[in-house]
Design a protein around this ligand. Structure first.
Ligand SMILES: [Zn+2]
Length: 298
């Protein structure tokens, strides 16, 4: 081959080598990118950035106890929830102690009325229904894993700080298993007053500190529907309890958080009328979120 021919062959080999290197590096970059996307989507796919920000603002860095939950806590509602207060009165319907058979009926009533709510779920109930609640656009809150508030029971959740935190982590895991996200919304079994009374002041403060450090916000309520007050309260009783709670000094409250229980048949029975009356009174309905009022008992 001539010198010129040799040069041409060398030129061709160099070109091919450069092309191969370029294609290989492009492929490698593509694979890396896919892997990253896969990692990001594993479990923490839908992140409400506003609530994550609030968990980073918390004392997470101060706590050695901050579990894996701290990084991935979200409001646990598919629909984004904002606190853009427009002067409209807001109602947060909350359903505790489920899910159960009634939950399906409640979801239908909420859908028919285009209303969003919050469900504080229990680990020993029908956790398979958590996904139905979430898919319908409502917020999932962590109530308790076992709801064991019998002082003599082995798994008494208010026995110590650790027993309580373990219980919260248990229900957090159960929710994560069902919907692949971790909720930052919690509600004490019996409300914060019960937790305070059972744990004692010091332990209660420590529990609150640890919840905050892990990015949780706990919620009480400012209206008790009374659906658990008596053995079988009537629909009229529940409606009246809510009517009484709606006003303060003769004026409608701007924000109301109503305690109800999906395990109670009377709640299913009364819910359409409750929603109707609240709408007539000018309330709009939202799911709870960690950036707003937590209705904590004073
Ligand atoms: Zn409860």
């Amino acid at each position: 081959m001539s010198k010129r021919g040799n040069k041409f062959v060398l030129y061709c080999i160099t070109c091919i080598t450069v092309c191969v290197v370029l294609i290989a590096s492009m492929l490698a970059a593509l694979v890396m990118k896919n892997k990253e996307a896969e990692n990001n989507s594993s479990g923490m796919s839908i992140v409400d950035t506003s609530s994550v920000a609030s968990s980073t603002e918390s004392e997470a860095t101060q706590s050695e106890e901050a579990s894996s939950a701290a990084s991935g806590l979200i409001t646990a509602s598919k629909d984004s929830v904002t606190n853009d207060y427009t002067g409209q009165k807001v109602c947060y319907l909350t359903f505790d102690d489920g899910p159960c058979n009634n939950t399906e009926k409640i979801l239908k009533i909420l859908k028919d009325n285009d209303v969003k709510a919050t469900f504080f779920v229990v680990g020993t109930m029908s956790t398979g229904r958590i996904k139905d609640i979430y898919d319908a656009g409502h917020a999932i809150g962590l109530h308790t894993n076992t709801h064991e508030i019998n002082r003599d029971a082995e798994g008494y959740i208010y026995k110590s700080v650790d027993s309580f935190i373990n219980d919260v982590n248990g229900i957090s895991d159960a929710v994560y298993k069902r919907i692949g996200i971790r909720s930052c919304l919690t509600r004490f079994a019996g409300g914060s007053i019960t937790a305070y009374q059972r744990l004692g002041k010091e332990n209660f403060e420590e529990v609150k500190r640890q919840l905050k450090a892990q990015g949780y916000t706990y919620f009480d309520w400012n209206i008790d529907s009374g659906d658990t007050h008596k053995k079988s309260p009537t629909k009229e009783y529940v409606m009246n309890e809510i009517r009484k709670g709606l006003k303060s000094n003769g004026e409608y409250k701007k924000e109301v958080c109503i305690l109800m229980h999906d395990i109670k048949n009377v709640t299913v029975e009364a819910l359409p009328d409750i929603i109707k009356e609240l709408k007539e009174a000018g309330y709009t309905f939202k799911s709870l979120n960690s950036n707003g009022e937590n209705f904590a008992f004073k």
